[in-house]
Structure formats: structure tokens, C-alpha cells
Design a protein around this ligand. Structure first.
Ligand code: ATP
Length: 436
């Protein structure tokens, strides 16, 4: 299993993920995706959207604002109770999540600071929402929050979306977008950060069918992780114990991945009942009820929510793809991405500077069919090494013979085997490989 430090350094070296504001010493809990990382993230989001929205008749998408009316968060319960218990060190002033602390020793009431051994304060509740002010005044009337989850606007827009899309229950509304949580202790690279992206889908159904849909979505979501190349032996479904459930949830199962720091939540699939719609109806005074023609019944639908982090999925994909091999006494690092997730699917390399123009042309011809790249920097060995480390499934080398035989050498990332392929047949050859 890859060690986190190794992965973090590979991510920086290859332009996958950088520390945010690195030149100012970084800012804890924030990360920037580089030219390679942004492609991985984009593939993950595209794959999710395709499967959840594009390929289905019963789910539509939205893209709602990050800042919503603050009463949204009163209704959802976030203003009163979206908090973690925290403790402060009286000496070094560091802050920790109380539930991460080892239990205090027998003879003392409070624990000791894990950093400096200093005395800790009593646990206090700390609200995780970031606050801001809307408009020119900074008083309580202008107070607003950066959304801590993307789903609440799906609930508040439920009637609008249902009316215009003419969907009948059961149907879902999906969204991909940023969420913000002022986590007390961001950690484990991009696993727990303060700004991240979620892909959420709220599936509205009749309460008699909620358990059935819950089961359906748990297995559908598990299958999606496998479709982006995450291996089954590191993936599991963990149903929540009844004492773990959020107060509004009837049932919840997490999809977990075995990270280098242990089994960790990637996604939660929850039966949220009619809690959210009911709350928004109460606080806004607006009718949220749905009239079901087939059942001749007016009701508040139940909701099955699927909620997954893009960044956590990216981390699982990165950990899963990493492998080290020994080739002729040297270490080779390979990111074995599934071709559907690979940031670069094919790279075209001229063997010599004299062949640049021809190689460029080959790459141009591939562009419409694949995520391709033209790469002329450094020796061929160095270029292969870079492409192994960013997980490029195929490298195409244009050499001096290509001038005469109108063929190129295609190198397979995993087997390192090289095959001579006529240029006329290159697109078909690669397409067949990706379809396997
Ligand atoms: P955790 O218990 O790890 O804090 P959570 O149960 O609070 O997570 P949810 O509120 O269910 O998380 O959020 C849904 C998904 O959003 C999570 O499964 C995760 O993929 C992602 N997510 C939540 N918090 C963060 C974070 N701080 N950084 C990155 N992704 C996050």
C-alpha cells in the first residue's frame, strides 16, 4: 500500500495536487489541483454525471449557488447543530477535535495536548460553517454561510425542478459543486479539507418504496466506484449501526475504501425520510407537497441521498493506482489508472528534435478521439518515466523509420511491450485497446 508521503510528493512532482498558496507557506486544509490533477477530477465528475444524469431518464441536474438564504441553514439544522466538539491547548493554542483525543489519564479530568503536553480546555461545540457577509454592511442582518453541503438547495428548489422537468416521483435531482467546512483538524492530504467538491443526488420517492430504493442506490453507487477502476478488495459497504445514524435518517450505508490510514468513508447513501422537505416547508411557509396522480395521494416524498466527495474519490483512485515495480534493477513507479480516468490517454513523442513536426501532426489527428498530449521534453526514457507516473496508458513514438514505413511504435504502460502500428490503423488500434 502506498505511503502517504510518497503519494503527496508524486502529486506535487507531476502536477497533480499542490498545497494551496504554497509561496506564502500554504493554508491548512486547502489544496490546488494542477494540470494533471484537474483532468483526473474532471474525468471523475464526468463519469458520475454520465451515469447518474445523462444515462438515466429519472434524474435531472441542477447547479445552484454556493451562498443560499441563511434561513436555509436554520431549517436544515446546520445553524444549531452542525458542529464538532473541540478542545484548545492552553499552552500552544492548538485546537483539536475532542473525539480524536485519547481518553484522559485516570488522575486528571482533562487530557493533555498531543503536541506539547499542555493542559487542554473543556470540550466546546464548534460550528463548522464558514460565515461571510452579503452586501456592504457587516451586521447580523447580512450574515450568510458558505454551503457545507450541496443538497439543501436541491430541497428548496424541489417544487420548481419537479414542475419544469415534468418528472413524476420517483425521480432524482443531482448536483456537483463546492462545499466548505471549517474542519477543526483537516488531515490526510485531500481526504479531509476545508474546501472540497461533492457530487450529490437526492432521489424523491414514496415512503413505501424508500427501503427498496435505498438498497438499489447502495449497490448502484458501489458499482460506480468499480467502474472508475477502484479495486473491489479495497472497497466495502458498511451499514451504519442505529446509534450512528443522523437524527433524520432511517438508514445509512457508507461506501468505504481502505486508505493507507485505514478504512474510510467515501460516500454516504442515506434514507433521509421527508425530514428536509418538511423542515423547509415549516420554516419557509411554502407548500412542498407533491400530488401523485397514480396513487391519488398528496404527500411529502421520502428522499434517498447519495453523497460522495470528488476529492476523496480522487484520493482513492490515486492510492489504488499507485504501484512500484522493479525493472532491470531499477524502481519503476506506475499509476495504473483505468483508461477512463487517465489524465492523458495517449502521448505522442518524437524520438528526435528533427521529427517534431511529423509527431505533432500525428498527435493532432488523435485529438478528436482521445485525451492526447504531445511531449518532446527530455530523453525518451525520461518521458516514459513521466508518463508511467501520470498513468498514460499508451505512448506513441515517432522515429526515423516512421518516415519510410509510415508506422509508429506504441508502448503499453502496464506490460511495457512495444508494437509497430501503421499510422493508418492507429486510431482503430487504440480504440480497440480502450474498449477492452
Ligand atoms: P466525515 O464523517 O468523514 O466528516 P461526513 O459523514 O460528515 O464525513 P457527509 O456529511 O456525509 O460527510 O458528506 C458526504 C461526503 O462528502 C463524504 O462522504 C465525503 O466524501 C465528502 N466530505 C465530507 N467532508 C469532507 C471534507 N472535509 N473533505 C473532503 N471531503 C469531504
Amino acid at each position: 500500500m502506498v505511503n502517504m508521503e510518497t503519494l503527496v510528493s508524486l502529486c506535487k512532482r507531476r502536477g497533480i495536487i499542490f498545497q494551496s498558496s504554497e509561496i506564502y507557506g500554504g493554508i491548512n486544509g486547502f489544496w490546488d489541483f494542477g494540470p494533471i490533477g484537474v483532468e483526473i477530477k474532471r474525468r471523475i465528475k464526468d463519469s458520475w454525471w454520465k451515469r447518474i444524469v445523462q444515462e438515466r431518464e429519472d434524474v435531472v441536474g441542477v447547479d445552484t449557488s454556493i451562498i443560499a438564504h441563511p434561513r436555509t441553514w436554520v431549517a436544515s439544522g446546520h445553524v444549531s447543530s452542525f458542529s464538532d466538539p473541540m478542545v484548545d491547548c492552553k499552552e500552544c493554542k492548538r485546537r483539536f477535535r475532542a473525539d480524536d483525543m485519547p481518553p484522559p489519564k485516570k488522575d486528571s479530568k482533562e487530557g493533555a495536548c498531543p503536541e506539547c503536553g499542555g493542559e487542554l480546555t473543556q470540550a466546546r461545540e464548534f460550528n463548522l460553517m464558514f460565515q461571510t457577509h452579503v452586501g456592504a454592511t457587516a451586521d447580523s442582518a447580512s450574515l450568510a454561510y458558505l454551503r457545507p453541503e450541496t443538497c439543501q438547495s436541491i430541497f428548496t428548489q424541489f417544487r420548481n425542478v419537479q414542475t419544469v422537468s415534468r418528472k413524476k416521483v420517483p425521480f432524482g435531482i443531482a448536483q456537483i459543486g463546492k462545499a466548505f467546512r471549517n474542519e477543526i483538524t483537516p488531515r490526510n492530504f485531500i481526504f479531509r479539507s476545508r474546501e472540497f467538491e461533492q457530487m450529490e443526488m437526492e432521489f424523491f420517492c414514496h415512503k413505501d418504496e424508500a427501503s427498496k430504493w435505498h438498497e438499489y442506490w447502495v449497490s448502484e453507487r458501489y458499482d460506480w466506484f468499480k467502474s472508475v477502476g477502484v479495486k473491489g478488495d479495497k472497497l466495502r459497504i458498511r451499514p451504519h449501526e442505529s446509534n450512528e445514524l443522523a437524527h433524520y435518517a432511517l438508514a445509512c450505508s457508507d461506501v468505504e475504501y481502505e486508505m493507507p490510514f485505514g478504512w474510510s468513508e467515501m460516500e454516504g447513501i442515506a434514507n433521509r425520510t421527508d425530514y428536509d422537505l418538511k423542515k423547509h416547508m415549516e420554516v419557509s411557509g411554502k407548500d412542498m407537497m407533491y400530488f401523485d396522480d397514480a396513487r391519488k395521494e398528496k404527500y411529502l416524498p421520502y428522499v434517498i441521498e447519495t453523497s460522495v466527495g470528488v476529492d476523496r474519490t480522487a484520493l482513492a483512485v490515486l492510492c489504488d493506482a499507485y504501484r512500484e515495480e522493479e525493472v532491470k534493477g531499477e524502481k519503476r513507479v506506475v499509476m495504473g489508472f483505468d483508461p477512463s480516468i487517465a489524465p492523458v490517454q495517449v502521448s505522442v513523442l518524437p524520438l528526435s528534435n528533427k521529427l517534431k513536426e511529423q509527431a505533432r501532426k500525428v498527435e493532432k489527428d488523435l485529438k478528436g478521439n482521445f485525451f492526447s498530449e504531445y511531449d518532446e521534453a527530455g530523453s525518451i526514457g525520461k518521458r516514459y518515466r513521466r508518463h508511467d507516473e501520470i498513468g498514460t496508458p499508451f505512448c506513441v513514438t515517432y522515429d526515423f523509420d516512421s518516415e519510410n514505413d509510415h508506422a509508429v511504435t506504441v508502448r503499453d504502460r502496464d506490460t511495457m511491450e512495444q508494437e509497430r502500428i501503421p499510422l493508418d490503423n492507429l486510431i482503430k488500434y487504440l480504440t480497440d485497446k480502450f474498449q477492452k
